[in-house]
Design a protein around this ligand. Sequence first.
Ligand SMILES: NC(=O)c1ccc[n+]([C@@H]2O[C@H](COP(=O)([O-])OP(=O)(O)OC[C@H]3O[C@@H](n4cnc5c(N)ncnc54)[C@H](O)[C@@H]3O)[C@@H](O)[C@H]2O)c1
Ligand SMILES: O=C(O)[C@H](O)COP(=O)(O)O
Length: 527
Amino acid sequence: MPKVLVSDPIDQAGIDILSQVAQVDVNTGLSAEQLVGIIADYDALMIRSGTQVTKEIIEAGNSLKIIGRAGVGVDNVDVPAATRKGIVVVNSPEGNTIAAAEHALAMMLSMSRHIPEANASVKAGKWERNRFIGVEVYKKTLGIVGLGKIGSHLAAAAKAMGMKLLAYDPFISTERADQLGCRLVELELLMRESDYITLHIPKTPETLHLINAEVLSKMKPTARIINCARGGIIDEAALAEAIKEGKIAGAAIDVYEHEPLEADSPLRTVGQNIVLTPHLGASTAEAQVNVAIDVAEQIRDVLLGLPARSAVNIPGIFPDSIEKLKPYLQLAETLGNLVSQLAGGRVDYLNVQLQGELATNQGQPVVVAALKGLLSQALRERVNYVNASIEAKERGIRVVETRDASIRDYTGSLHLSAKGTLGEHTVTGAVLGESEIRITSVDDFPVNVSPTHHMLFTLHRDMPGIIGKIGSQLGSFNVNIASMQVGRKIVRGDAVMVLSLDDPLPEGILAEILKVPGIRDAYTVNL
Ligand SMILES: NC(=O)c1ccc[n+]([C@@H]2O[C@H](COP(=O)([O-])OP(=O)(O)OC[C@H]3O[C@@H](n4cnc5c(N)ncnc54)[C@H](O)[C@@H]3O)[C@@H](O)[C@H]2O)c1
Ligand SMILES: O=C(O)[C@H](O)COP(=O)(O)O
């Protein structure tokens, strides 16, 4: 039974799903060293934001197939290291969207009405009605930085409360912003004109300290800023100073550059114009059930050999396309493996053409499958859907995807060409019926053969006696022929012979076959 380590608190709903297929060990609060020490025993790791999945942990995870992040942000996972090691990283892109948007809203309102201090004051036995005069958000301008899932949900809620909306998101179209009632502007204008600024962007090298002293200096002295996205997007020291010096009115912060927030963080000494919560954006009962189920299902599927629906480091397959695409992934892998053996080592390029109905489908997973097949001769089980593209890139293999929906010889077919040390070769294949894979052309000669484990391909002159001679050669080496087919374009021109064999071809036989008059080339293939 596979083993799953759950190293952060996860809702029981997720543990129940994992327990159907794996031994689940819940062990939270481990140090990085402790994780490095035990991770080799596990096939899957399930985390939230508390566990830092470092390169060292990934490198020690020799059985790890998947890291599941029960939440959105994967900035606590060294995704490039996981990709290199062929480990799928999945998350739950939508499970906590509502929770995070509602938390940002709660932060905006509680900051505007001094709720944390008023609450503390009443509980301390006081009744200070004049001390807590707040401000309304109605008719104020909310500047949303990052108009993705959370930013969009918040836009709708803020609009309903009568706020005017500005948004900064270089990756969102004006049409989308218009639909959400937001005016798309540059960051500087958003900072200058907003009464409230709320951040909903990922933490990336580009967004680290995006909100620094200079950017904060653009804000109105009456404006407030909310960060329920990621720590490090705001420069915390600069923020503390801006509030203390009255350059801005306040801030509400849920996420920190270092979590848990350090005891001596300048944010702790700002006083009453800052509201701090301990990374609670996703902490609702509903969101925790959503993310736990979403990610546990993906871990279960990957452990059962099925694709994951929200992988961040492999091309995702839309759930409704998975069944349809599966036989084509198998076909692509087989053809990739075949063309790499025909083309020989050091492949320069791989062209993948999706034909017929396949041309109207998601192409990227098929291309990755072809690459996986292409590299399987060199890398064996080390190559998988996660690292195939990166491995190809590192080997300098150029990959081109094209589509031709007008080719209708089969419902859907796939044409690969690759150039290696043995020159350029092409293969085409199709899926017959539900899942029967066929090789339908080799070097543009039409054939119709099922791929088998041991195969022999020849290019020869179409002339009497040649098939018999190859048969005798194989017989003399005690190799049994399971099936044989010849493909040609014109009578007595060039032809291709494809033989399926029951036995592997022994050393030296190719040299003998190449001596047969009329044989131009011969290739052994093991699929
Ligand atoms: N506090 C919490 O507990 C909590 C909960 C959930 C999500 N989050 C965090 O909230 C953030 C947003 O999550 P989401 O689900 O809305 O993500 P999302 O991917 O749907 O949206 C992010 C948006 O940011 C935009 N963006 C990227 N780089 C940008 C840049 N440099 N400048 C401006 N915009 C940029 C993208 O175009 C996208 O529209 C993430 O960092 C996530 O980890 C925090
Ligand atoms: O990115 C996220 O999903 C949030 O930051 C939630 O983090 P958490 O799972 O640790 O609450």
